[in-house]
Design a protein around this ligand. Sequence first.
Ligand code: CP
Ligand code: NVA
Length: 331
Amino acid sequence: MTLVGRDFLREADFTPDEMGSLLDLAAQLKADRKSGREEPRLRGRQLALIFEKTSTRTRVSFEVAMRDQGGHVTVLDPASSQVGHKESVADTARVLSRMFDAIEFRGSSHADIEELARFADVPVYNGLTDQWHPTQMLADFLTMREHAADPSGPLRYAYLGDARNNVGNSLLVMGALMGSDVRIVAPPDLWPAHDVRALADLLAAQTGARITLTDDLREGVPGAEFVHTDVWVSMGEPAETWAERVALLRPYRVDSAVMAMTGLPGAKFMHCLPAYHDQGSAVGRAVARDFGLPDGVEVSDSVFESPASVVFDQAENRMHTIKAVLVATLA
Ligand code: CP
Ligand code: NVA
């Protein structure tokens, strides 16, 4: 199997075997780096990074992964380049293809990254769009594999919160693709859109994945080995969204009672980060003050800081899994 030259835009573009091979490669690259045996396989290769939206983990993961492998990166942000306001996606793709071996894009519209990939002659990687966050899924699955009681069996996880955002969509479809037991636990107004659910159902019929969409925590949480959540208001959504979102999602906040409801003493908490779990950020402080959530918004600070929390393993795995995508598509 080879993935050389492939784009990485959304989970459903890959077979379960292809995704499995990226996870195996990531685990190997992680072990090699930790034992000082990593072989640079991308010497002299050039990667362009376009960030229309802000990022910490995704950006540093692409930068560190590329440098570890002997390659180079150039970061383009809309404020200091022509991307988006003075030049079309199609023209940007054709210019960058003349100088770079691959292009990463983080932005709002998934249609934009599809157009970028159509016009680019080099692999294009999705660093997050409003619809999908596929590199996050590789990190999440590697992390779940590392912590699961039975890593070879189907992963059993619940996602609580805004399930029609990029992370909710991706956790549903990636689980369907990988034959997992996926529980989306959210108010029906915040369930993934019909086309996303239809795609998940289609994949689940092929892989044997078990998919549950429910607004009832007692239906979705028991037996889940991993409890995921994400911010209740995503990048690009107006600040006024907070009031309506908090009203809908307050019952779905991950606290110690939710973790206990899994019935599994070893259940783990996961979050793609950044998280509003304390008052250490401006938004965390404002939401805590305005909505009376002093102990964390989507997750309580005590769960976030507990031994059940594997969020920093998950963050580290962004780098190893993104490196796997780079090596598999470019080396
Ligand atoms: N999880 C994630 O994508 O983090 P960043 O927004 O910091 O890249
Ligand atoms: N759903 C979040 C994910 C951040 C990594 C957002 O889009 O802001």
